[in-house]
Design a protein around this ligand. Structure first.
Ligand SMILES: Cc1cc2nc3c(=O)[nH]c(=O)nc-3n(C[C@H](O)[C@H](O)[C@H](O)COP(=O)(O)OP(=O)(O)OC[C@H]3O[C@@H](n4cnc5c(N)ncnc54)[C@H](O)[C@@H]3O)c2cc1C
Length: 480
């Protein structure tokens, strides 16, 4: 028996006659790689193991939520597991009559924004037959260690298992937000929520609590919508450095507008100029900025590829907050909740940062440093952190990632947005070369591929990674 035919699990030797592809992370990024890889080689699929502690593969952080206030923020017609069949989710909804009990899913013009859990069900149900057929194995465990063992990746997990894989895909996405330093004094406070994406984390907030939300993006919007649903009526202050709120969708659907691929910009300034020009042109044609930003997003990979690293860094440093506010759109139902809270004077959105925090019993005294407007002191009963993923700490966020970095298998991308990889999505090792057996799928590859946070780009990228793996597996099988 050739050594690369052996995989051991919890001490028991298991014989694999096929190469083994291990995928760490069974959110959409990992699930979509497994799905497309299984389909790419239907006659001789490799053994595919997905490590994911959640009960189903395909949900991940975003779609493993039971909260009905959490809605997809991209119309259902653009959220598909199949990048070349954009209406697949819509068709699945129709076939399963899946929103019969959710009339709120429809916007006035008929565009659908269902609950996020439904999208999770759709992806999980696509993976389930592959799991049942034994083509994809769901290993319900957290990966705790990864090391190189000859030609294998040796993967240890929280169930005591060891798996030896020929190919490894990292699809764990970004780590949870890190608590801003001056909020650390709140650790242990009964109403300090450091990570609002944890199930039931908002249950500690009482109906009349005065609430500070640190961060103004989509997670902040989720928090306000969830609390409104459970009857929160206290005052809410939501802060971010620039006070930018995630924008809503265009009043009517529009096709993307602008030509960013034909003569791609070579500097951040040029790009900004061409985006502004395209927006002016779009407005003359009766469109809105949404159509232009959608085009930039669609052409994101080409735009990014044509920017030198220094210009990518400039973009990230100066323009990312503006990009995030326009590119991540808020679901209309959630936008309505926020607009109503603001109109009723219950919620204010400030351009501010936390200057200092002091506890007085259970009261939280916060000095806010307002942008260009001095400081102001407020008293809150609860504080929720929604500052977005902790990009900088990716390789220190889990011991096995740190170990792969320490053994020169991984390094941070030069833009600081993810893990360094080449155009084939192969991790760039310490010697500067792509490792053909170690691939990155999903948002962690965004430093190389540009826009890679929203579902449409994620499934497209996952299908690409699956194609790369299929090619490698076929080649390996032929050479045996
Ligand atoms: C709250 C939220 C809502 C969003 N809503 C939308 C939306 O409506 N539309 C849209 O287009 N985009 C949305 N996004 C963007 C989102 O990033 C993508 O749509 C997509 O879900 C990302 O999937 P992922 O698999 O890369 O990451 P995740 O969903 O984060 O999945 C990563 C998985 O890795 C697992 N994992 C981590 N460490 C380990 C380990 N050591 N061992 C094993 N498993 C591990 C985790 O359990 C997790 O399930 C949202 C993002 C968030 C955070």
């Amino acid at each position: 028996m050739a050594p690369d035919d052996v995989s051991a699990l919890a001490g028991q030797a298991i014989v694999h006659r096929r190469p083994l592809v291990a995928i760490i992370g069974g959110g959409v990024s990992g699930a979509a790689v497994a799905y497309h890889l299984a389909l790419a080689l239907p006659d001789k699929p490799p053994a595919i193991t997905v490590f994911e502690p959640r009960h189903e593969i395909g949900r991940g952080l975003a779609y493993d939520t039971a909260d009905p206030a959490h809605r997809i923020n991209v119309p259902a017609g653009r959220m598909s597991l199949l990048p070349d069949q954009l209406e697949d989710f819509l068709e699945w909804i129709r076939k399963n009559d899946a929103i019969a009990d959710d009339p709120g899913a429809h916007r006035a013009d008929g565009v659908l924004f269902p609950q996020r859990q439904l999208f999770g069900r759709y992806v999980a149900s696509a993976l389930q037959p592959l799991v049942e057929a034994g083509i994809v194995r769901h290993r319900r465990a957290l990966v705790t260690d990864v090391s190189r063992d000859g030609t294998f990746w040796r993967i240890s997990d929280s169930q005591g298992g060891q798996t030896f894989a020929d190919y490894l895909v990292i699809a764990t996405s970004h780590p949870s937000p890190s608590t801003p330093g001056n909020l650390a004094v709140l650790s242990g406070h009964p109403r300090f929520v450091a990570d609002s994406t944890k199930p039931a984390s908002l249950d500690v907030i009482r109906a009349d609590d005065r609430l500070l939300v640190v961060g103004n993006g989509l997670t902040a919007a989720d928090v306000v919508a969830s609390l409104a649903r459970t009857g929160h009526r206290g005052a809410i202050t939501s802060i971010s450095r620039r006070g930018l709120r995630s924008r809503g969708h265009a009043p009517v659907p529009q096709d993307p507008f602008g030509a960013f691929e034909t003569a791609p910009a070579h500097s951040a300034t040029d790009l900004l100029r061409s985006v502004r020009y395209a927006i002016a042109q779009a407005e003359q044609s009766g469109l809105t900025w949404h159509a232009v930003i959608d085009q930039v997003r669609g052409h994101g990979h080409v735009i990014w590829q044509n920017l030198p690293i220094a210009e990518r860094r400039r973009l990230v440093r100066h323009l990312r907050p503006f990009w995030d506010a326009h590119r991540f759109r808020i679901a209309p139902q959630v936008e309505e909740v926020l607009d109503q809270a603001i109109a009723e004077g219950r919620m204010e959105v400030l351009a501010a940062s936390v200057a200092s925090v002091r506890r007085e019993g259970d009261n939280i005294n916060v000095v806010l440093r307002r942008r260009h407007a001095g400081t102001v002191e407020r008293v809150y009963d609860a504080v929720v952190v929604t500052t977005g993923p902790a990009h900088g700490g990716i390789l220190d966020s889990q011991p096995w990632l740190a170990s792969l970095r320490n053994h020169a298998h991984l390094q941070l991308d030069p833009t600081g947005l993810g893990i360094a990889c080449n155009e084939r999505s192969e991790a760039i090792a310490g010697d500067g070369k792509g490792d053909s057996t170690l691939l990155i799928s999903g948002p962690l590859a965004r430093g190389t591929f540009g826009e890679l946070m929203g579902l449409p780009q994620i499934t497209e990228h996952a299908a690409f990674v699956a194609g790369e793996l299929a090619r490698k597996v076929e080649k390996a099988l032929k050479s045996r």
